[in-house]
Ligand binder design. Structure first.
Ligand code: NAI
Length: 263
C-alpha cells in the first residue's frame, strides 16, 4: 500500500468512528486479540499503550508495525494481577499524556480441567488472572477518569461466561464475574461520565485455534450459525465501537461477538 492510499484509509477510519479521548491502554496486547485491538484503535487515531508482562520483543514489534502504518503508541510492562504495578502503570500514562481516556481489560488465561480434578488453586489462579486483574483496572481507571469526568472501559469476557463450558468452571466463573462486575462499575461510573461495557467473543481464530486439526475446526464451524470462526478484527471493531462516542448512550452492556453461537 502506498503512503497516499494509507493516509486516505486512516482518514476515512477517523471520520467514520469518533473518539473524544486520545489514548487507550490494552492489557495483554502483544499478541492475539489484544494485538489486533491495538492495531485497530491506532488505525482510528488513538494513541495505544501496549501492555506486556514478560517478553518485550512481540510488543516492540507490534509498536513498530503500528508506527510504520502511521499510528502512535508506546509499550508498557506490568503484570495485570499485580495491584501496585497495574495502578502505577495507569498513573504513569495519565501523567505522561495528561489523561487516561480508555482502558481495555484483555489479559486473560485458561487452566482447563474437569471440575472433579480442579484444585482450589487452579480455580483461584484463573479468577485472579482474569477477574481480579480487571477489577484493579476498572477501579483505577474510574479514579483517574473521574478527574476529567470522561472515559470508557471495555472488558473482554467470553461466551463461556454466558453459557458455561465443561472443563472451564474456573474460566467461566471469571468471565461471568466480569460481566456482572462491569454492570456494577457502570452504575457507579455513570454519574461521573464513565462507561463500562463487556464483549463476549465466541470461537476466535488465533494462534491457538490455528493449531487445531482441520476436522476439529470444521466441527466448530458447523456449530456456528454464521459458519466461520470469528477473527480478531471482529472483536477489535466491537471494542472500537463501544469506546467511541457513537456508543455514548451504552453502558453496562454485553456485546456478543460469536457468529450467532449463543443469542
Ligand atoms: P492470548 O493468550 O493469545 O493473549 C492473552 C495475552 O494476555 C497474552 O499476551 C498474555 O501474556 C497476556 N496476559 C495474561 N496474563 C497477564 C497478566 N497477568 N498481565 C499482563 N498480561 C497478561 O489470548 P487471546 O485468545 O488473544 O485472548 C484475549 C482475551 O480474549 C482473553 O481475555 C481471553 O479470555 C478472551 N477470549 C478469547 C477467545 C478466543 O477464542 N481466543 C474467546 C473468548 C474470550
Amino acid at each position: 500500500m502506498d503512503k497516499f492510499t494509507l493516509e486516505i484509509k486512516i482518514l476515512t477510519k477517523r471520520i467514520s468512528m469518533k473518539f473524544s479521548g486520545k489514548n487507550v491502554l490494552i492489557t495483554g496486547a502483544s499478541r492475539g486479540i489484544g494485538a489486533q485491538i491495538a492495531r485497530t484503535l491506532a488505525g482510528y487515531g488513538l494513541k495505544v499503550w501496549i501492555n506486556y508482562r514478560s517478553a518485550p520483543e512481540p510488543a516492540d514489534a507490534l509498536l513498530e508495525e503500528i508506527r510504520a502504518n502511521g499510528g502512535e503508541g508506546a509499550v508498557i510492562k506490568f503484570d495485570a494481577t499485580n495491584e501496585a504495578e497495574f495502578s502505577e502503570a495507569l498513573s504513569l500514562i495519565a501523567q505522561s499524556d495528561g489523561e487516561l481516556s480508555y482502558l481495555v481489560n484483555n489479559a486473560g488465561i485458561t487452566n482447563d480441567k474437569l471440575a472433579l480434578r480442579m484444585k482450589l488453586e487452579d480455580f483461584m489462579g484463573v479468577i485472579e488472572a482474569n477477574l481480579s486483574s480487571a477489577f484493579i483496572g476498572c477501579r483505577e481507571a474510574l479514579k483517574l477518569m473521574s478527574k476529567k469526568r470522561f472515559g470508557a472501559v471495555v472488558n473482554i469476557a467470553s461466551i463461556v461466561g454466558e453459557m458455561g463450558n465443561a472443563g472451564q468452571v474456573n474460566y467461566s466463573a471469571s468471565k461471568g464475574g466480569m460481566i456482572a462486575m462491569s454492570k456494577s462499575f457502570a452504575k457507579e461510573g455513570a454519574a461521573r461520565g464513565i462507561r463500562f461495557n463487556c464483549i463476549t467473543p465466541g470461537f476466535i481464530a488465533t494462534d491457538m485455534t490455528d493449531a487445531l486439526s482441520d476436522d476439529v475446526k470444521a466441527s466448530y464451524e458447523a456449530s456456528i450459525p454464521l459458519k466461520r470462526l470469528g477473527s480478531t478484527s471482529d472483536v477489535a471493531e466491537g471494542v472500537a465501537f463501544l469506546l467511541s462516542d457513537g456508543a455514548g448512550y451504552i453502558t453496562g452492556e454485553t456485546l456478543k461477538i460469536n457468529g450467532g453461537l449463543y443469542m
